[in-house]
Design a protein around this ligand. Structure first.
Ligand code: NAG
Ligand code: NAG
Ligand code: NAG
Ligand code: NAG
Ligand code: NAG
Ligand code: NAG
Length: 619
């Protein structure tokens, strides 16, 4: 014991004499071992200057890949001091500070209250670290604290800021970017995997290995792959602005910038703005190849979250009508989500949406020169009970082609109401057609209640088939949103998945209703389709599949895992919209995701979701 205390003494004595290197300050952890302490004679070359501080790099090259040789020195006086230039070698004193602007972010280690003692040299050269050659990010896992699954439930089981794990930059993406924080780096041949946000911040990959890549250069999210190889390019240091009209797949000139942490993400602040060198063509996805046969042998069903749709927005209306006619081939049945009431977000107690839907139907008729005339059905919610934009009263609805489909029971079908739970009767058939599933269940509080309907094929062509085809039961869902989630780069591990418990409860309720239909007839045609606001591999959808006994239509038709996306969020192509089918619907089923929004620039998007179209044999 004596030896140990002597050694401790020696170390203490030494460390109080020695100046701190940038490596000492960063250490091999997320948090600095010097956090909150004063440091002296920190020596480094200025690699970049920003509006509020400067970046320094240690003069000795670091060999330890766990430890960054760069650091941010916060201070407007330094930033604005024209006699301090890139290439200056500074010796400074200051205080090591861990900074974050919000509780749920990872901290940035920086030096504050810096005082320059001396400028040892000017015009010292330094080479940015070449990402893709000298260092490359891992491609799957983000953090050791995620237990191998970034979407594991329960989430928020630990915090990086508390555990402060030793960095493992070869394995974990957050560790990799943390091990470069403060450094100056270059990316050759960068290309966008996301679309810029309103500030022009853009997610890119460079010339390094990636996993989960889709045909559009994007990165598709999966349970064991949170895409740590993508990095956000944020505000340029020279005061220029990145464009906000970029698209997934855009290629840029090479980027040089500093690695930092802010707004919940590791990011690179480039020296100057991104320059687009090329964009992918065609700029919009192909229309669906699926068309209705007009008979029970080939019925098409689409689903589309049309984002806060109100009759007042004529541009939105026309764009949607164009999508439905020209890109979805006007499916026989269209499950819509986010239909607002007749006066949109005016919050005056209006709940009906007949005008909203008839305006859309008229626009579709116009776009198809009168050849597509949909009928529609929906149930009004109680005012303010469905969540979404206040006053909008969003709900699910169906458009259907009356020459191909009618609600089972035709004129005798009884439409349900906002508070009455639908029931599965002998047949099976529905007590209310359409009706809502268990609308007063807490699971649906401040959320959209699933709209369940039963359909039968009509018309002379239908009668050619022997016997009467079974009805098609459809459940149109719009589960609770992921609002309140923390970022994939955030402090909480696994990241907070906002609303996940609610979605599990919703999956149970909707799934149980489907199971009742199948309990009456295991050969029933049952389709659940819509915006589940969740990925197939996360607990709510696994619950839904288990309880309902329906199968994910992506699996049935074997869409490659990387092409399963209907949404683009941050760096990640992802699937929030799904279809699940009963056994009887699987044979010959077809399914396509139609990328008419995810590929587009923000300005050109008609909705934040891509629609999907399926085709089934109901004979
Ligand atoms: C810092 O450097 C100065 C010379 O610039 C020296 O006098 C002083 O002892 C150094 N302090 C430490 C703690 O190394
Ligand atoms: C700018 O930096 C130089 C070098 O450290 C220093 O001598 C000078 O006082 C600074 N000027 C201001 C206005 O802080
Ligand atoms: C630094 O180099 C530039 C040219 O690259 C030169 O104009 C400048 O005078 C040099 N500054 C010093 C302080 O040596
Ligand atoms: C995550 O957990 C931490 C404590 O471990 C807590 O402070 C924080 O509020 C949690 N975040 C959410 C969104 O639940
Ligand atoms: C449209 O649906 C309504 C009920 O929602 C029904 O009364 C009407 O007959 C339908 N029209 C056609 C053409 O099927
Ligand atoms: C329903 O949700 C609202 C809004 O989120 C909340 O204020 C209310 O307490 C919830 N009610 C129940 C019964 O959970």
């Amino acid at each position: 014991m004596k030896t140990v205390s002597v050694l401790t003494c020696v170390f203490a004595a030494v460390s109080s004499i020695l100046a701190q290197s940038i490596e000492d300050i960063n250490g091999k952890w997320f948090l600095s071992p010097y956090a909150g302490q004063d440091v002296t004679n920190v020596t480094g070359v200025v690699t970049a200057k920003g509006p509020s501080g400067i970046w320094l790099r240690s003069l000795e090259a670091t060999n330890d890949k766990h430890v960054s040789g760069g650091i941010y020195v916060y201070g407007k006086a330094l930033a604005k001091n024209d006699s301090i230039a890139t290439g200056d070698v500074l010796v400074l004193d200051g205080k090591v500070t861990e900074y974050r602007s919000r509780m749920d972010y990872i901290y940035l280690t920086e030096i504050t209250a810096a005082k320059v003692r001396t400028v040892l040299e000017h015009n010292r050269t330094f080479a940015p670290i070449a990402l893709g050659t000298q260092r490359s990010p891992p491609t799957k896992l983000l953090s050791s604290l995620d237990g191998g699954d970034v979407f594991k439930v329960p989430n928020n089981q630990s915090l990086i800021s508390v555990v402060n794990p030793i960095l493992e930059p070869n394995k974990y993406g957050l560790d990799f970017w943390e091990s470069l924080t403060g450094e100056i780096v270059t990316i050759k041949h960068p290309r966008a995997v996301g679309r810029p946000n309103q500030y022009g911040d853009t997610w890119v990959i460079g010339d390094w290995a990636t996993t989960g890549g889709n045909e559009r250069v994007g990165l598709t999210l999966s349970s064991k792959d949170g895409n740590p190889e993508a990095i956000l390019i944020s505000s340029p240091l020279d005061g220029t602005r990145n464009g906000d009209d970029g698209k997934i797949g855009d290629r840029f000139e090479d980027i040089t910038g500093v690695v930092t942490q802010g707004s919940g993400f590791y990011q690179i602040q480039p020296l100057t703005k991104l320059t687009v060198v090329s964009s992918l063509k065609p700029h919009i996805g192909e229309p669906t190849t699926l068309t209705s046969d007009g008979t029970c042998a080939g019925v098409t069903v689409g689903s589309y979250n049309i984002e806060n749709f109100s009759p007042g927005d004529k541009v939105h209306m026309n764009n949607l009508a164009n999508h439905i006619v020209n890109y979805l081939n006007a499916p026989d049945l269209l499950a819509l989500q986010e239909i607002q009431d007749n006066n949109g977000e005016t919050n005056d107690g209006t709940v009906d949406s007949a005008f909203t839907l008839s305006t859309l139907v008229d626009a579709i008729a116009t776009h198809s020169s009168g050849s597509v005339v949909y009928n529609f059905t929906y149930i009004n919610p109680l005012d303010g009970q469905n969540g979404g934009a206040p006053g909008g009263n969003i709900r699910n609805a169906y458009l259907y082609r009356p020459e191909v489909l009618q609600l089972q029971g035709g004129r005798d079908a009884v439409v349900g109401d906002a508070v009455t739970a639908n029931e599965v009767l002998k047949g099976p058939k529905l007590k209310y057609n359409p009706g809502l599933i268990d609308p007063t269940n807490d699971a649906w509080n401040a959320s959209r209640k699933p709209l369940v309907a039963a359909w039968e094929v009509v018309g002379p062509k239908a009668e050619k088939h022997k016997g009467k085809p079974k009805p098609l039961f459809t459940v149109n869902v719009h589960f609770t949103s992921k609002g309140g989630s923390s970022s994939l780069h955030g402090d909480a591990r696994p990241p907070v998945n906002g609303g996940v418990d609610k979605r599990i409860a919703q999956a149970q309720t909707a799934g149980a209703f489907v199971a009742e239909i199948l309990a009456r007839d295991s050969h029933a045609h049952v389709l659940t389709i819509g915006d589940f606001n969740e990925f197939a591999f996360v607990a709510p959808l696994q619950t839904f599949a288990k309880v309902s006994k329906l199968k994910d239509l992506d699996d049935v038709v074997k869409i490659p895992a990387t092409e399963r996306y209907t949404y683009l969020y941050d760096a990640n192509s992802q699937e929030l919209d799904h279809a699940f089918v009963s056994k009887k619907l699987r044979k010959g089923a077809q399914f396509e995701h139609v990328h008419i929004n995810t590929w587009l620039a923000y300005e050109d998007m008609v909705s934040d979701h891509d629609p999907s179209v399926a085709k089934f044999n109901l004979c």
